[in-house]
Structure formats: structure tokens, C-alpha cells
Design a protein around this ligand. Structure first.
Ligand SMILES: Cc1cc2nc3c(=O)[nH]c(=O)nc-3n(C[C@H](O)[C@H](O)[C@H](O)COP(=O)(O)OP(=O)(O)OC[C@H]3O[C@@H](n4cnc5c(N)ncnc54)[C@H](O)[C@@H]3O)c2cc1C
Ligand code: SF4
Length: 329
């Protein structure tokens, strides 16, 4: 590990100014990602600014009837929160499906959103990887790539985003709250992540020195009837091969008024399946509608030889998640 300086400011302005003022500085929260990158040689910060002393872990009601979750709230704390479980079950389920109890005790919401791909070639520095070193090439294009993208990839990069939390937040229309050295910004999560294009090293709209301070969940009618389904190679402590976050609002007549469907581990960013949502609206939530949504979710998929299985998996996982919401699974 390279030598680095460490600071633990007790106010947010000082923390933001410290990182913004040094191109080689970075924030640390729970450290469950950053420390691994430093050990593996993926990150070599000269200054690590610890956010751990800041009061950014509360879960509060918003005036609009939603919830505001501080960026330093731990995964476990959010998953166990009574309001989250009752009003946004998809969020609690996504968090509980992630990592291990030990990691969920330490890992924060902000750090989770900024975790980087688990593409094995990215994490192992002996392979060429455009995300680590632009122009080096992409080892996944020529090597085994069954973990990779079926949507949104580019010639430069076909890695997937690994966060379960981000998929649930996308289905909930969450907003990410940022504090920069000069001003604050609110970014809808749908616009927070970037596709790789020719710049796979840029993964979010976050500017250097900006901190995530919270995420906000709206008061949405669809949120309470929501589920998360994660399909993985092991039943626990494994990243998703494919995941689905679905939320549905039903009218008194049983027809779908609004739907949200987001997919995980299928694209370089959490992937909104708008065609699947459109396939549900106005219909009774039944097996036929769920199957139609599954088919719509995979329209436009561009699998590579090793990822073709994900198309079938997504189609069935969407239908199955809707069946759970509808109560016939
Ligand atoms: C073995 C293992 C299994 C895992 N399995 C899963 C899984 O199944 N699903 C899943 O979703 N995740 C999984 N994870 C990832 C885990 O959720 C993340 O490591 C964790 O959430 C990162 O949070 P942290 O607070 O430790 O971040 P840190 O390691 O402290 O930081 C990560 C990055 O975020 C930046 N950062 C942190 N907080 C802020 C902030 N407030 N503002 C700006 N930048 C910030 C840091 O600068 C750094 O770049 C796993 C991790 C491990 C190690
Ligand atoms: S898929 Fe992306 S992260 Fe993986 S090796 Fe290729 S460029 Fe690197």
C-alpha cells in the first residue's frame, strides 16, 4: 500500500474543502471498498479524508412525506429502520441481500452508491482494463465474461454496476443530495450514473470534492408494494448475476396505476426497464401481465456469448418478482 495522509475533520465544510483542494485526495466512510482498492493498487490517494466524525447518519421524515437517509447511515441501520421496512420494503430487501452482516454493519449508503464494478479484470491489475487505464484495452472482450453487461455497454467497457441499493433507489425515484465546495446539488438517481461510452473511468456525475450527504425517498404510492429479487451463484455473500427491484401501485379496480422496474448487474449502471413498466400500466396484475413485462424488460438487450443466459434470467426474474407482489408466487 502506498503511504498516505489521513484527516478526520469534524465539520462537513472542512472535509469537502480538503478533498476539493487536492486532486489526489479522497473521502472514506466505512472503508469496505476504498481500503481494498488501496491494497490492490486500484487507488493510490495521497490524502484520505474520513467522513466518520460527521453527523450524517440520521433517517428523517421530509416535509413532503418521504424519508431522507444520511449518507453515513450504515446498510444495516437502514435495513432495520421501521419506516423503511413499512414504506419502502424493496429498499430493506435490497440492503439485506447485499454483502455480509459484518460488512453491512460498517458500510454506508454513500459508499455503497460509489462502489466500483466487480469485473475481475478491473480488480486484478495484471489485466488490461480501460476503466483503470484508458486506452489499455478490455480483457473482458476477449476473456470469459459471464458476469458482464447485456445493456448499455460500449466497445471500451462492458462491466456492470454491482450495488443492490442503487437498483432499489432507482425503482423508488430517489434523489441524491450532494455538497460541493461552492454549492449543494440534488441529482435524481436516474441521472447520477453514467454509461461508459469512450470514458469508462467516469462512472457518476459527482465532481471531485463533492460529497454525498443524503438520499431522499419520495412519498410515492407505489413504494409500499415493492420487492427486491436477487439471483446469484451463492445464496449469501455474493453479488447479483441479475436483480430486479419492482414497485406497483394498484387502483381500487385492481389495475396497475403506476409501476417501477429497475434491473441490477445487467448494465454499467442500475438499469430502468421503462418498457416493462409501460407493459403493466392499465392492466390487471396477473400472470399474463407479469410475463408481458418480463418480455418487455429484455427488449433491446445486446448479450455477448457468455451473457446470453442473463436475458432469460431477467425475463423470468421480472415476472417472478411481479408474481410475488401480486401474491400468486
Ligand atoms: C466481500 C464484499 C461483498 C459485498 N457484497 C455486496 C453486495 O452483495 N451488494 C452490494 O450492494 N454491495 C456489496 N458490497 C459492497 C459494499 O456494499 C460496499 O463496500 C460498501 O457499501 C461501501 O461503503 P463504505 O462506506 O465502506 O465505502 P468506502 O469504502 O468508505 O468508500 C467507497 C467509495 O465511496 C466514496 N465515498 C464514501 N462515502 C462518500 C460520501 N458520503 N461522499 C462522497 N464519496 C464517498 C469513497 O471516497 C470511495 O471512493 C460488498 C463488499 C465486499 C467487501
Ligand atoms: S469490462 Fe470494463 S472494467 Fe472490465 S476489463 Fe473491460 S474495461 Fe475493464
Amino acid at each position: 500500500m502506498h503511504p498516505f495522509a489521513y484527516a478526520r475533520p469534524d465539520d462537513l465544510g472542512t472535509a469537502v474543502a480538503a478533498v476539493a483542494g487536492d486532486p489526489a485526495a479522497t473521502f472514506i466512510a466505512g472503508g469496505t471498498e476504498l481500503v481494498n482498492w488501496m491494497k490492490d493498487g486500484i487507488a493510490r490517494p495521497a490524502l484520505v479524508v474520513d467522513l466518520g466524525g460527521l453527523p450524517l447518519s440520521a433517517i428523517d421524515e421530509t416535509p413532503e412525506g418521504g424519508l431522507r437517509i444520511g449518507a453515513l447511515a450504515r446498510m444495516r441501520m437502514v435495513a432495520e429502520d421501521a419506516a423503511v421496512r413499512a414504506r419502502y420494503p424493496v429498499l430493506a430487501e435490497a440492503l439485506e441481500a447485499g454483502a455480509s452482516p459484518q460488512i453491512r454493519n460498517a458500510a454506508t449508503v454513500g459508499g455503497n452508491l460509489l462502489q466500483r464494478t466487480r469485473c475481475p479484470y478491473f480488480r486484478e491489475t495484471s489485466f488490461p482494463c480501460n476503466k483503470r487505464e484508458l486506452g489499455a484495452g478490455c480483457a473482458a472482450r476477449t476473456g470469459p465474461h459471464h458476469l458482464h453487461a447485456v445493456f448499455g455497454g460500449s466497445d471500451a467497457c462492458i462491466a456492470v454496476h454491482p450495488s443492490d441499493l442503487a437498483v432499489a433507489l432507482l425503482a423508488l425515484d430517489a434523489t441524491v443530495l450532494l455538497r460541493g465546495p461552492a454549492s449543494d446539488r440534488r441529482v435524481p438517481i436516474d441521472g447520477f450514473y453514467l454509461l461508459p461510452g469512450e470514458t469508462p473511468e467516469r462512472e457518476t456525475v459527482l465532481r471531485h470534492g463533492e460529497a454525498i450527504i443524503a438520499v431522499e425517498l419520495p412519498a410515492a404510492r407505489f413504494a409500499a408494494r415493492s420487492r427486491y429479487r436477487k439471483i446469484r451463484e451463492r445464496a449469501s455473500f455474493a453479488f447479483a448475476l441479475v436483480s430486479v427491484a419492482a414497485a406497483v401501485d394498484l387502483g381500487d379496480d385492481g389495475r396497475v396505476r403506476e409501476a417501477r422496474i429497475a434491473l441490477g448487474s445487467v448494465a454499467p449502471k442500475p438499469w430502468r426497464a421503462r418498457a416493462a413498466e409501460a407493459a403493466l400500466v392499465g392492466r390487471m396484475l396477473d400472470a399474463e401481465a407479469a410475463a408481458a413485462a418480463g418480455r418487455a424488460a429484455v427488449a433491446g438487450a445486446a448479450p455477448l456469448p457468455d451473457t446470453a443466459y442473463k436475458v432469460t434470467l431477467v425475463e423470468r426474474a421480472v415476472a417472478r418478482t411481479l408474481a410475488e407482489i401480486g401474491g400468486w408466487a
